[in-house]
Design a binder for this molecule. Structure first.
Ligand SMILES: C[S@@+](CC[C@H](N)C(=O)[O-])C[C@H]1O[C@@H](n2cnc3c(N)ncnc32)[C@H](O)[C@@H]1O
Length: 353
């Protein structure tokens, strides 16, 4: 059952945005959703928190139209001056209104798709679920909520994908993407996870640093114009401790067993059936993202050690191996396009470190 809406105070947030920032996400998402949206042209597509300028909402509108989606598009901002400023970009089918979490009230419409990018970074992790539920209330049956975070150019990011089913708002999965322009290492996603996951992503009783895999896995794409130096800086300052260089396929964590059940309509296992085997045989439901990234980083090291250098190939080969160990991990090329990984199921909302 969809719970009664929790009250969440809106935050004053800098409205930093960039032209084209969300275009890589649009390119992944719109082809996947276009035909479903085309069949529901009355419901709105709402872009929550477009920032200081309405650029990304306008680009979203244009990408939707290009894909034949004729839904009314609404850009929503909590800050009045940002709404005023965006009016110059309004046009038939695209408007900008003020609002926060009460989408129907603000727009006067139900939504087939709600996108909220880089909006929740200033909110507390425990507020994320409430925000999702509040936004999800405006969705028509089967409607989608895409909420997440990306870097300044949109080269790297991740989104929760949720769907309204009856009174419930269900997590279909987590989409991570990269265009490889910043090199590649699985830990590079850590700082660009949705707010609830980023802050709760902590090792569970593991003394080893998670970072070594990222560092070593990210160096040396011989084809990348950015070269090894930039690749080596992937990850963040916390990643400097190294330590996972020696990780091997036979690492004990691989035998913990990550499993999931169910087939979602997106053709991948889903339905929030994460089961992570804990040492000693007990199973724990939910969470597991840390373990998935850690294992992926180890496999990336192994793949590079086998002589594969190009980032996109390391990504694909290490993910192919990871998906053999963990059915919820899907190399998303066929589903979403190049450079995507789909982690099916219900990450977040209670994933604790
Ligand atoms: C960092 S900007 C993101 C801009 C754009 N979406 C992007 O990804 O480039 C975040 C914006 O979200 C707005 N915001 C924060 N909470 C909001 C809420 N509950 N409803 C609508 N806008 C909100 C802030 O005012 C800010 O302008």
């Amino acid at each position: 059952m969809m719970r009664k809406v929790e009250t969440i105070g809106v935050r004053e947030i800098r409205g930093r945005t960039t032209r084209g920032r969300l275009a890589p996400l649009d390119a992944l998402m719109i082809p996947q959703l276009a035909s479903w949206l085309q069949e529901r042209p009355q419901a709105a597509v709402i872009d929550v928190g477009y920032g200081e300028h309405g650029w990304t909402t306008l680009e979203f509108f244009e990408a939707l139209r290009e894909a034949g989606v004729m839904s009314p598009v609404v850009g929503l901002e909590v800050e009045a001056h940002r709404v005023e400023g965006a009016q110059t970009l309004a046009r038939p089918g695209l408007r900008f209104v003020q609002g926060g979490f009460e989408l129907e009230e603000a727009t006067g419409q139900q939504a087939s798709l709600v996108r909220a990018m880089n909006v929740l970074r200033q909110y507390a992790p425990q507020e994320v679920e409430g925000a999702h539920r509040a936004w999800g209330r405006a969705l028509i049956e089967g409607g989608y909520l895409i909420e997440g975070t990306c870097d300044g150019t949109g080269a790297l990011g991740s989104v929760h994908v949720l769907q309204r089913r009856g009174e419930a708002l269900e997590k279909l999965g987590l989409l991570l993407w990269t265009d490889f322009s910043k090199g590649f290492g699985p830990w590079m996603f850590r700082d660009w996870l949705p707010a609830d996951l980023r802050r709760s992503l902590k090792p569970r009783g593991d003394s080893r640093s998670p970072s070594g895999g990222a560092q070593s896995a990210s160096v040396g794409d011989s084809r990348s114009s950015s070269g090894g130096a930039q690749s080596a800086s992937v990850g963040d300052s916390r990643s400097s401790s190294g330590g996972a260089q020696s990780a091997s396929v036979g690492d004990s964590r691989s035998s913990e067993g990550v499993d999931c059940k169910g087939e979602s309509e997106w053709g991948v296992p889903g339905e929030a059936h994460w089961l992570l085997g804990a040492p000693g045989g007990a199973s724990r439901r939910g969470g597991g993202l840390y373990e998935v990234l850690a294992r992926w980083a180890e496999l990336a090291v192994v793949v590079r050690a086998e002589g594969i250098c190009e980032n996109a190939r390391v990504f694909e080969e290490s993910l192919a191996r990871l998906s053999r160990e963990c059915a919820a991990v899907v190399l998303a090329r066929d589903l979403w396009g190049q450079g995507g990984v789909w982690l099916a199921g219900g990450f977040g909302w209670g994933e604790t470190g």
